[in-house]
Design a protein around this ligand. Structure first.
Ligand SMILES: Cc1cc2nc3c(=O)[nH]c(=O)nc-3n(C[C@H](O)[C@H](O)[C@H](O)COP(=O)(O)OP(=O)(O)OC[C@H]3O[C@@H](n4cnc5c(N)ncnc54)[C@H](O)[C@@H]3O)c2cc1C
Ligand SMILES: Cc1cc2nc3c(=O)[nH]c(=O)nc-3n(C[C@H](O)[C@H](O)[C@H](O)COP(=O)(O)O)c2cc1C
Length: 503
């Protein structure tokens, strides 16, 4: 029983260094050491730490420079952060893996909401996450989409293997995590990458804060659940409208001014160049590689249907948005959006459209060689980049584009011939799959040209791929791995030198 009598006397000087440090924390906090001046100095340096968290965040966002939307998010986050987060707590880490930008936007908004509620946060791409830093954390929030065929987004390629290796089995027993997996149920492996991350976390011994939340095509109910679960996990009140769909940029009214059939007589489906203008052309701006989201009216009700995405094939300097749209044929007629743009909408019709940056397919700033590979309507996304490179006077461009027959499908011939004559493009390889008795595709051209391709990559080249997810993109990936070596292709992915817009 307790008698109140001292049974042991421990001298500070006799303690090991670690114990002395621990013993110093309380008097440091209470200002016992240096009186009032000490307390003021401590308060100022704590405030500076908070400032570093905010300025560090700004530097990170500046480096990303993914356009106006991110700048908007930054402004919002900066305005919410002034409430201050609990000093001394290990910030909650938010890591994202994204291909087309949704996961990053969700993370930015989640961080802003948590900061506003007084929870300190750090944000970074999952690809930049180090194992050592993870070991220091108590809370990790992961937001990750799935790309390709159940695969990680390009920039996150190899991250699971690296972290599993660097951390080791059961290496994160103190970590609690929340996982938001973005996907689309129309794909065979729904949320495949999110599920792989959950498996990784289990293997590392981390504990879930709540069961993984899967989001089908931006489902607002699933996003609201994410906000609710986080509020519960951190015992804070979070704004329930954090991820409200109305928060997305509004659709603008564009006018359909031209559509041209590019492949008359083709054995494939009709491909159109669709041109749209705004009444005030200066009101529109986008970076090469951007996506246009088009919202067609539903034929039965006339109300807006879900938006479809198209790669922008023109530059703001062209004064219009041009899209290359393949007509999709279904049993009962044409696809909703492709049919609207290429057939049902009359010329002059108002089209609901909004432009979105596509960071994973952005044009490289440096004057490095660029190899542009694609098929069919994928020429659209590549053309935006080619036009910008030509405009900037950067001539080390190599196009490898696949279509069916030279006689009907060589729709880019005139433009490419002019660029070749002007020395604005080094090679414009068109590969026609059905002109010869044996089929020939872009991946065959890659294999033939392996040696030149290796040279372009050795010179710092960047590879762009745009077009079919089924068939072309995996076959191109395989051919690149054959001629460059798998390790080089992985390095290209990790170094953001292999950029894809595939669908
Ligand atoms: C990042 C990205 C970039 C893209 N860029 C381009 C581009 O530059 N050019 C381009 O042409 N396309 C592009 N696409 C594809 C485009 O977004 C649309 O998916 C495409 O135009 C088809 O849309 P739709 O509304 O015409 O067809 P939908 O009506 O959506 O039909 C598409 C598919 O849904 C299924 N489906 C729908 N209704 C039925 C039904 N009643 N019965 C059976 N099956 C049905 C079918 O599988 C059909 O093939 C891109 C896609 C992405 C994700
Ligand atoms: C080319 C492509 C492949 C995709 N593959 C899958 C898939 O295999 N499984 C899945 O659930 N979702 C898949 N999706 C859907 C995306 O994961 C979903 O649209 C997500 O919201 C994108 O988020 P992000 O913008 O952060 O990349 C795919 C989307 C695209 C464009």
């Amino acid at each position: 029983a307790s008698t109140g009598r001292a049974t042991r006397h421990e001298r500070y000087d006799d303690k090991p260094l670690a114990a002395r440090l621990v013993n110093s924390i309380y008097p440091l906090h209470m200002g016992t050491y240096w009186g009032l001046p000490g307390r003021i100095a401590m308060a100022l340096s704590s405030a500076a730490l908070l400032l570093f968290a905010v300025t560090g965040w700004w530097m990170y966002v500046d480096r990303r420079r993914t356009g106006a939307q991110v700048r908007e998010e930054r402004a919002r986050l900066a305005s919410t952060v002034s409430g201050g987060a609990a000093a001394g707590a290990v910030p909650v880490l938010l890591a994202f893996a994204t291909q087309t930008g949704h996961a990053e936007r969700i993370v930015l908004r989640t961080a802003a909401a948590l900061q506003a509620a007084g929870v300190a946060t750090d944000v970074r791409p999952l690809a930049e996450q180090a194992a050592d830093d993870l070991r220091q954390r108590r809370h990790l929030l992961l937001v990750a989409s799935t790309f390709g065929d159940g695969d990680p987004p390009d920039a996150a390629h190899g991250v699971i293997e690296r972290l599993a290796n660097d951390v080791g089995p059961g290496g994160l027993p103190h970590l609690r995590y929340g996982l938001l997996a973005l996907g689309d149920v129309h794909f065979a492996t729904f949320c495949g990458y999110g599920r792989a991350l959950r498996h990784l976390m289990q293997g590392l011994g981390a504990q879930p804060l709540f069961p993984m939340i899967e989001v089908d095509d931006g489902d607002p109910e699933a996003l609201a659940r994410w906000t609710r679960e986080l509020g519960r996990a951190f015992a804070v009140e979070l704004d329930p409208s954090t991820h409200h769909p109305d928060d997305e940029p509004a659709f603008e009214t564009w006018r359909l001014v031209r559509r041209t059939l590019l492949n008359p007589g083709s054995h494939g489906e009709a491909l159109f160049e669709v041109e749209l203008r705004r009444d005030d052309p200066s009101a529109a701006d986008w970076a090469p590689g951007a996506l246009a989201e088009v919202r067609p009216p539903s034929p039965s009700t006339g109300t807006p249907a879900l938006p479809r995405r198209y790669s922008v094939a023109s530059l703001p300097q062209d004064g219009c948005v041009q899209l290359l749209v393949r007509q999709v044929r279904l049993d009962g007629g044409l696809g909703l959006a492709s049919g609207w743009l290429t057939d049902r909408a009359p010329l002059g019709a108002e089209i609901d459209l909004r432009l979105r940056p596509n960071p994973a397919f952005a044009l490289v700033e440096d004057d490095v060689p660029c190899v542009f590979i694609g098929n069919g309507s994928g020429y659209g996304g590549l053309r935006g980049h080619l036009r910008e490179r030509v405009r900037r006077g950067r001539g080390r461009n190599w196009l490898i584009h696949g279509e069916r027959h030279a006689a009907h499908d060589d729709f880019a011939a005139t433009e490419l011939a002019a660029w070749e004559a002007a020395g604005a493009i080094a090679h414009a390889d068109r590969v026609f799959s059905r002109d010869l008795p044996t089929r020939r595709y872009v991946q065959d051209r890659i294999r033939e040209a392996g040696e030149s391709l290796r040279r372009w990559i050795d010179d710092g080249g960047v590879v762009y791929v745009c077009g079919s997810l089924a068939g072309m993109a995996p076959a191109v990936d395989l051919a690149l791995r054959e001629v460059l070596g798998s390790a080089t292709v992985d390095d290209l992915l990790a170094g953001n030198r292999y950029r894809r817009d595939i669908y």
